[in-house]
Design a protein around this ligand. Structure first.
Ligand SMILES: CC(C)(COP(=O)(O)OP(=O)(O)OC[C@H]1O[C@@H](n2cnc3c(N)ncnc32)[C@H](O)[C@@H]1OP(=O)(O)O)[C@@H](O)C(=O)NCCC(=O)NCCS
Length: 171
């Protein structure tokens, strides 16, 4: 199967935090943000493989800064690496106060999607070609993140996670 460039999967989503999106502190609810992130990441994965995808897993998300009511939410999603039938998508999220004109980092996460065939069975996805320094670094580290999430998901034996184990034995 042919390969595709990482940049072809880029998705940029913009939302605004409305009253119904907030918690009692007047900040964007984490669940609403994860919903938007899931959509942005799914579109990114679909752009890469041109097939329907499902969310297989979401890595730990920590919210560095809350996003305030009335602020704008910027979500950028891009595929970091394609494996056999699955793809890892990296997301960056910022908040922006467009009245006071400042932007702040909210969080970052990795989502994994699996492409499905018409029978809802996992199907092969195209390889991913990283180009920039950032894309190459994310591509290389994706293998270790995959091994960790498959171990935690009970889908891989720790003994088989060669690249992940190497992290702990390097001097
Ligand atoms: C994700 C899903 C398709 C995997 O199906 P499966 O029968 O377990 O298939 P396999 O074991 O052959 O795995 C298929 C791919 O999923 C990946 N995968 C499975 N579990 C995973 C997990 N916990 N984290 C990351 N990737 C996972 C495998 O690594 C494999 O990828 P690869 O082919 O690139 O190596 C299936 O579990 C599913 O449909 N889950 C529900 C998805 C869904 O409804 N999401 C929305 C949640 S509300």
């Amino acid at each position: 199967m042919n390969s595709k460039k990482a940049s072809e999967s880029l998705v940029v989503m913009t939302e605004i935090v409305l009253p119904n999106d907030t918690n009692t502190f007047g900040n964007l609810m984490g669940g609403r943000l994860m919903y938007w992130m899931d959509i942005a990441a799914a579109i990114s994965g679909t752009k890469h493989c041109n097939a329907p995808v499902v969310t297989a897993s979401v890595d730990n998300i920590s919210f560095t800064n809350p996003i305030r009511l009335g602020n704008v939410v910027h979500i950028e999603a891009k595929v970091t690496r394609a494996f056999n039938t699955s793809m890892e998508v990296h997301l960056n999220v910022w908040g922006e106060d467009i009245i006071q004109q400042y932007r702040y980092k909210s969080n970052e996460a990795y989502y994994t999607f699996v492409a499905l065939d018409p029978n809802s069975k996992p199907r092969i996805v195209p390889h991913l070609e990283p180009e920039t320094e950032d894309e190459i670094s994310l591509f290389e580290s994706a293998l270790r993140r995959r091994q960790l999430r498959l171990i935690l998901g009970g889908k891989m034996k720790p003994v088989d996670a060669v690249e992940l184990k190497a992290l702990f034995t390097q001097s």
